[in-house]
Design a binder for this molecule. Sequence first.
Ligand code: ADP
Ligand code: MG
Length: 423
Amino acid sequence: MNYNKKTVRDVEVTGKKVLLRCDFNVPMAKDGSGVITDDKRIRAALPTIQYLLEQNAAVIACSHMGKPQPSFEKWVQKQTEKGKDPASLTEEKWKKSLAELSLKPVAQRLGELLGKDVSMADDVVGADAQAKAAALQPGQILLLENTRFEKGETKNDPALAKAMANMAELYVSDAFGAVHRAHASTAGVAEYLPAVSGFLIQKELDFIGGALANPKRPLVAILGGSKVSSKIGVINNLLEIADTIIIGGGMAYTFSAAQGGKVGNSLLETDWMDYSLEMVAKAKAKGVKLLLPVDTVCADKFAPDANSQIVAAGEIPDGWEGLDIGPKTVELYCAAVQDAGTVIWNGPMGVFEFPAFAKGTEAVAEALSKTDAITIIGGGDSAAAVQQLGYANKMTHISTGGGASLEFMEGKELPGVACLLDA
Ligand code: ADP
Ligand code: MG
């Protein structure tokens, strides 16, 4: 995939109507009050929005939020599958579920952050959106309703893409969190408009794309998290390009068990044991250094207050489960990143959500903060861990897209990036 894409700086935007795809899929309070509990994603979109407004573009912003069910019949079906009593499923309740995923609170918050009025359309491509988009003046900003209120969004329906494109003269994508999906607003519209990236996507392409395509060596990949099965693509791809691969987290126990180790109640995917042996062999054949834990912190239950003990890898007693890498492993892994040119990290080293089992993840984060290496964090939980442990501002780049960054590291083509004009 070509990571070198045109950006908003490479095209004329002044006086133009710009359709800007953002990732405003922010977490909302569960009580339906419309309170945004974390506005990080809105803040992340500000540089591109401000640039466009300063250049006197008329900005038509759009985004999805959550997973609304745009058809009543489908909603009833889904709720029934979840075990809800069909008799209780009224049209009114369905409309309420949609209203809770309105972008109106986002327009409000965005307006506060910009210090500027953000007008809000009642729909995506309906009469209200069309009228407001047509009346929009240079330097003004309009937010369309949740793109997933339209059935055609997730189906990448050309009619919807065309209707969105018709409101504007240029398409700018800055929704990195959604580029792995080929939807009408993330990829389809680019069929009908010149398409370029905003600053957020540009940064992701520069750092992650740069690290994958042309890394400063040695390239060390740290892979952890819960399951081998969710990281196959990442392991496969990084085995091709990394100099060293470090394995931690829950997936390490599948490797350990495959090599004859005792893993007690640790996370184990028996279906992937053969695969893990293949990976070890492949690394050896390729001359890639593959590091596995030499010791582990295990617990007598999966709980923050579990009793714990440190044992050698592959010697976890019956009834115990590994929840973190042990101190010798920490030493080994920290040494391995010391002279790295680039480090790509995806997947925590242990159950960092429990402070007693966050030490391995924290030690690795600290080691990264002290290297001169380019340090790149991908994956939703990994980004959260680095943030929570207080090392966020010490990393070169923390990806804003969970699923998107994973697919990026898997070497997959991202539809929302592929559709942008090459630089
Ligand atoms: P990311 O979102 O960064 O790609 P994952 O979703 O793969 O990361 O994994 C994150 C989860 O893995 C965390 O919730 C963490 O608690 C869990 N995890 C890490 N180590 C273990 C372990 N030894 N046992 C169980 N879960 C683990
Ligand atoms: Mg995750």
